[in-house]
Design a protein around this ligand. Sequence first.
Ligand code: NAD
Length: 247
Amino acid sequence: MTYEDRITELADIVRASDNIVFFGGAGVSTESGIPDFRSVDGLYHQKYDYPPEEILSHTFYERKPEEFFKFYRDKLIVKGVEPNMAHKTLAKWEKEGRLKAIVTQNIDGLHQKAGSKKVLELHGSTLRNYCERCHKFFDIDYIADSKGVPVCDVPGCGGRIKPDVVLYEEGLDMGTMEEAVSFIRNADVLIIGGTSLAVYPAAGLIDYYRGNKLVLINKGATSRDAEASLTIDGKIGEVLGAVDKAL
Ligand code: NAD
């Protein structure tokens, strides 16, 4: 099947459904200029003193918070980013009543910025940050503009501020997981995009899908391609933009 045929087939699937769920990862935001982890130009292929999985672990955060925040500010907080065609198309489909929910592994808040309402953030968000001592909320700019380990500005507090992101070794929020399972289990169409499906338990959520329209959109192959009813190898912003045009 040609690329064009695959776009047409996905347009047919989208047109016929009012119960689509989208499951996405870092590849959804690369066209907005945020690097993913596992592409050739992703974070795992750049050189650091420690591997990114180690830096982004709870143990590392506790033991070497200065180095954690250096990496975090350099690589995970990307300022001035805007939603791309993937985020915008999904938000449009929700508004049109086609899409029920987005389940995302991303922590950049770009789906909400594009206007999506039902976004289940499995790994939290860089946009939310809390003092570990008094739980005061801080926005992303406070973390980006601070030096070293960010601390609370409440007089007499001075607690460390932790981004509301799920680090390796940390558990996922049960309420969010349960809601994601429920949407995926009841979905008519499940579109998976921009994820290597390598990070668990998030990737395991797709096993809850019981329908027969599993669509995988990714640059390059994933370990789950064989299970999909339709695969599209391409840039997800371009793919979803083209599908929307064909509706
Ligand atoms: P990953 O890096 O493991 O995989 C990304 C996949 O997307 C790769 O297979 C890559 O080929 C593909 N891809 C890249 N650009 C694409 C595009 N334009 N269109 C289609 N496919 C594209 O990412 P993951 O599976 O999400 O796992 C990484 C973990 O890191 C996640 O848990 C996530 O929380 C976190 N992360 C988040 C962000 C973000 O919030 N934007 C960025 C980096 C990492």
